[in-house]
Design a protein around this ligand. Structure first.
Ligand code: FES
Ligand code: FES
Length: 487
C-alpha cells in the first residue's frame, strides 16, 4: 500500500510491483506524459520530478530521477510533475523564465529542466550561477544549448517571490500529515504477495530479512533500479531501508562522523564537508544533484561496484562500517569490506548499518580526484584519493591512498604507501615514487580508457597531490565556474 499526494490529490496504490518505477507509473498508469524517458538510467534528467517531504524543518522539495525511483518510495510524500506547475492558468515563474530567455527548442528535455529549477526555486540556495549549475547538474539538453537555460535559472533566483505552492504551504503540509501514517503500520507493511518489506526499526528489519532471505535491500535505488531498467531483470523481493529509524541517523562526536546506511549524500554533505572540505569536488562529481538526493553511502558500499566512488575515499580516511543482523554487530574496516566483483564480507542475514569516518588529524591533507569524461554525472575512469599526515618536521607519519576504477575492487598498495613513512614530504622523490606506483598497477582496459591511460593518469595524480600539498600557490587546475576546478 502506497499513499501519497499527486500534486494535491491523495492517491492510494493498493498493490504495486516492488520494482514499479515512478516514471512508468506516471506515464502508463497516471497518464501524465509530460515527464519524459531518455536514458532510463539516471543520466539525462528528462524524467526529473520533484518530491515534497515533511521534515523537522517543514516541507522540503527535492528533485529526483523518476526513471530509477521506485514508486513505493513515495509513501507519505507529495509527487509533483511538470503538469502540476500551472499557476491558475499562467505559467510558473520557472517556465516563464525559460520562455523569456529562449531556454527551449525541441522541448524534450524541458520538463526535466523545469522540475530541477522548481526544486532550486524552493531551496535556500543563493541567487548565483553556481547554484544553478549544481541544480542542473543532472540535466542534458541536446539542441538549445545551456547558456539561455542557465541565464533563465540565474534570473529566476534573483527574482524569487514565491508561487502557489509557497502561498499554500500550510495546507499542503496538513494534507501530507493527513495521509495514512507516513510509515506503513506493522500489520500491513509486509505484503508478501508483492514481495515488499518496509521495516521501521532494526528489529523489524531483522524479521523482514528472516522472512525474505533472498530479498534485495534498497534505499536510494540509484544503482539497483538499473537492473530493472537496463537489464530488464524483475526485482520481485525488496526490503526498503529508508524507513528504518536507526539507518537514517547522522551523528557527529569527538570520534568522527557516524552515518546511517540510508542517509542520502545530500543530507551527508554538510557534515562531511565541515570536517573534510577538500572532499567537495569529489562529492559534487559523484553524481548529479538528483542522484545525490537519493543515493546513499550504504548502497554504494553494499553494491561493491568496481566503479563506486565512495570506497576509495572511505578507505583513505580510515573509515569502518558496522554490520548488523539485529542481534549482533561487528565492525569491519572499509578496506576489508569488499572482497571481489560486487562481493562483500556481509553474511546472508546482515546489512550495512552505520559508516564511521574518523575525525581528521590537525594538519592532515586530503585530495580526492575523479577522472571521467562528463564532469558531474559519470562513471570514474580513475578515482584516486590520498590522505596524508605529517609531523612537525614535515615527515610522513601516515599516507593512505586508494584507487577506484582500476580493478574489480578498490586498490590499496600497502607496500608502496609504507615506503613513504618517515620521509620528508616536501622533498620525497616524486618521480620515482610515481613510477613505482605505475609499476604496481595492472588496471583494466575497457571502453572508458585503455590500461595504459589509467596507469599514466594514476601516477600523474600522485604527482599532482604532492604538488598541491607542497606548493599550494602553483595552479594545478583549469578553473571553471564558481568553486569547482576542472580536473
Ligand atoms: Fe534519463 Fe531518467 S530518463 S535520467
Ligand atoms: Fe531539445 Fe533540450 S530543447 S534537447
Amino acid at each position: 500500500m502506497t499513499d501519497f499526494l499527486l500534486n494535491r490529490q491523495p492517491v492510494t496504490l493498493a498493490t504495486t510491483d516492488p520494482d514499479l518505477t515512478v516514471l512508468d507509473y506516471l506515464r502508463e498508469q497516471a497518464h501524465l506524459t509530460g515527464t519524459k524517458e531518455g536514458c532510463a538510467s539516471g543520466d539525462c534528467g528528462a524524467c526529473t520530478i520533484v518530491v515534497g517531504e515533511l521534515t523537522d524543518q517543514g516541507l522540503r522539495y527535492r528533485s529526483l530521477n523518476s526513471c530509477i525511483t521506485f514508486v513505493h518510495s513515495l509513501h507519505g510524500k507529495q509527487l509533483l510533475t511538470v503538469e502540476h506547475l500551472e499557476q491558475e492558468g499562467a505559467l510558473h515563474p520557472v517556465q516563464q523564465a525559460l520562455v523569456e530567455h529562449h531556454g527551449s527548442q525541441c522541448g524534450f528535455c524541458t520538463p526535466g529542466f523545469v522540475m530541477s529549477l522548481f526544486a532550486l526555486y524552493h531551496s535556500d540556495a543563493p541567487p548565483n550561477r553556481e547554484a544553478v549549475l549544481t541544480a542542473l547538474s543532472g540535466n542534458l539538453c541536446r539542441c538549445t544549448g545551456y547558456r539561455p537555460i542557465i541565464d533563465a535559472g540565474v534570473a529566476l533566483l534573483k527574482d524569487r517571490h514565491g508561487d502557489a505552492f509557497s502561498a499554500d504551504l500550510a495546507n499542503i503540509e496538513a494534507e501530507l500529515r493527513s495521509l495514512e501514517t507516513p510509515v506503513l503500520p506493522e500489520e500491513t507493511k509486509s505484503d508478501h504477495s508483492v514481495g515488499f518489506w518496509k521495516p521501521t526499526t532494526r528489529r523489524e528489519l531483522a524479521k523482514a530479512r528472516s522472512q525474505a532471505p533472498g530479498a534485495r535491500y534498497t534505499a536510494g535505488s540509484t544503482d539497483l533500479a538499473l537492473e530493472k531498467t537496463q537489464r530488464l531483470t524483475d526485482l520481485d523481493a525488496l526490503i526498503d531501508l529508508t524507513g528504518v529509524t536507526e539507518l537514517n541517523r547522522l551523528t557527529v562526536d569527538v570520534k568522527g562522523l557516524h552515518i546511517g546506511a540510508a542517509v542520502s549524500y545530500t543530507d551527508l554533505e554538510p557534515a562531511l564537508l565541515a570536517d573534510y572540505p577538500e572532499a567537495r569536488e569529489w562529492l559534487e562529481r559523484l553524481g548529479s544533484r538528483p542522484i545525490r538526493n537519493r543515493g546513499t553511502l550504504g548502497g554504494n558500499l553494499g553494491n561493491a561496484s568496481p566503479i563506486g566512488d565512495t570506497p576509495p575515499l572511505l578507505i583513505a580516511l580510515g573509515a569502518s562500517v558496522t554490520l548488523s543482523n539485529g542481534h549482533t554487530e561487528r565492525s569491519v574496516p572499509v578496506s576489508e569490506l569488499i572482497t571481489g566483483y560486487r562481493q562483500t564480507v556481509l553474511a546472508e542475514d546482515e546489512w550495512i548499518d552505520t559508516i564511521h569516518i574518523p575525525r581528521r588529524k590537525p594538519g592532515s591533507q586530503l585530495r580526492a580526484y575523479k577522472i571521467s569524461k562528463r564532469f558531474e554525472d559519470d562513471i570514474s575512469t580513475v578515482c584516486a584519493v590520498f590522505y596524508l599526515e605529517t609531523d612537525h618536521n614535515d615527515k610522513v607519519t601516515c599516507l593512505r591512498a586508494s584507487f577506484g576504477g582500476l580493478a574489480a575492487t578498490p586498490l590499496v598498495l600497502s607496500d608502496w604507501q609504507k615506503q613513504l613513512t618517515g620521509q620528508h614530504w616536501p622533498s620525497v622523490a616524486v618521480n620515482e615514487l610515481s613510477q613505482t606506483l605505475a609499476d604496481n598497477l595492472a588496471p583494466i582496459d575497457d571502453v572508458r580508457a585503455s590500461a595504459r591511460y589509467r596507469v599514466q593518469v594514476t601516477a600523474n595524480l600522485f604527482k599532482r597531490f604532492h604538488l598541491e600539498t607542497t606548493q599550494p600557490d602553483i595552479r594545478s587546475r583549469v578553473h571553471i565556474h564558481g568553486g569547482l576546478d576542472h580536473a
